[in-house]
Design a protein around this ligand. Structure first.
Ligand SMILES: Nc1ncnc2c1ncn2[C@@H]1O[C@H](COP(=O)(O)OP(=O)(O)OP(=O)(O)O)[C@@H](O)[C@H]1O
Ligand SMILES: Nc1ccn([C@@H]2O[C@H](COP(=O)(O)O)[C@@H](O)[C@H]2O)c(=O)n1
Length: 253
């Protein structure tokens, strides 16, 4: 019921924004490019479409996507690696894509991304969503774990505008983990040489505050719609994966 409602709502939003609603198959040829408009201080997505590709009457299946959410250090990345091995998903971490873009030579967004990451703030969705869409297309795959996204209302709204019509959303996998455990894991990761500029107490306080204020309401929204699969992420990684595995098998993967 909600699913039908949500689809109608999201379609209306997408149509308002002129989204073409095309399938995101390997043959999809649209490339999103971003630039920052100094005049309006906004990010602008430009879409260039290659010459029409005739697929006749062949229907193209939309890629299946699972959002993976949870506090910083809850173990999302760790569990995603295991899901990839066991269920042939492709793992796309929004944080990893942003860090990659930050380090890309000539990136227009390097400094901006670094400032957001260090301060635990959420980068404007125009940047993140385009990185995700481009990575999905480049992979040529059809099952995705979208890790660390959507993290706030801006992320969710941007996704609905740009992507919701192009994918087959499955559920949110929520790794529920207490704050103290999350902090301990992130500090441990920093001490083991993660090289991340936000695995320190100062950044972690800000990331946790962003998670509580901006991300939890998004998880609650999906929960209210019956679309969250919650997992206790505090036990060891092996035990957590046992629960993850049950969920994916029960969901037909
Ligand atoms: N169940 C677990 N028990 C103990 N340690 C864990 C567990 N899961 C992950 N870890 C460790 O905790 C740290 C954080 O894990 P991971 O990078 O998977 O978290 P994350 O949720 O992806 O973090 P972030 O959101 O900050 O990217 C890593 O050092 C990882 O090895
Ligand atoms: N949707 C997102 C995801 C991440 N960020 C920024 O990256 C930081 C690290 O994210 P991890 O998932 O790897 O922990 C995060 O604190 C944000 O600054 C983002 O902006 N939007």
């Amino acid at each position: 019921m909600w699913r039908a409602l949500a689809r109608t709502t999201l379609r209306a939003v997408a149509n308002d924004c002129g989204s073409p609603g095309v399938g995101l198959a390997p043959s999809a040829l649209t490339q999103h490019q971003l630039r920052h408009s100094k005049a309006s201080n906004r990010f602008i997505t430009t879409t260039s479409t290659a010459p029409p590709h005739n697929i006749g009457i062949m229907s193209v299946e939309k890629p299946k996507i699972v959002f993976v959410l949870g506090g910083p250090g809850a173990g999302k990345g760790t569990q995603c690696s295991r899901i990839v091995d066991r269920f042939q998903f492709t793992h796309l971490s929004a944080g990893d894509l942003l860090r990659e873009e930050r380090s890309r030579e000539g990136s227009e967004f390097g400094n901006l991304i670094e400032d957001y990451i260090r301060n635990g703030k959420i980068v404007p969705v125009e940047v993140t969503c385009s990185l995700l869409e481009n990575a999905m297309k480049a992979s040529g795959k059809s099952r995705f774990l979208i890790d660390g996204f959507p993290r706030n209302q801006d992320n969710l709204d941007g996704w609905n505008r740009q992507m919701s019509e192009k994918v087959d959303f499955q559920f949110v996998l929520f790794f529920d983990c207490g704050e103290d455990v999350c902090v301990k894991r992130c500090l441990g990761r920093g001490q083991s040489g993660s090289g991340r500029t936000d695995d320190n107490l100062d950044s972690l306080k800000k990331r946790i505050s962003t998670y509580n204020n901006d991300s939890l309401p998004i998880i609650k929204f999906f929960e209210g719609a019956g679309q969250v699969k919650r997992i206790d992420a505090s036990p060891d990684a092996e035990e957590v994966f046992g629960e993850v595995e049950k969920i994916f098998v029960a969901s037909g993967f």
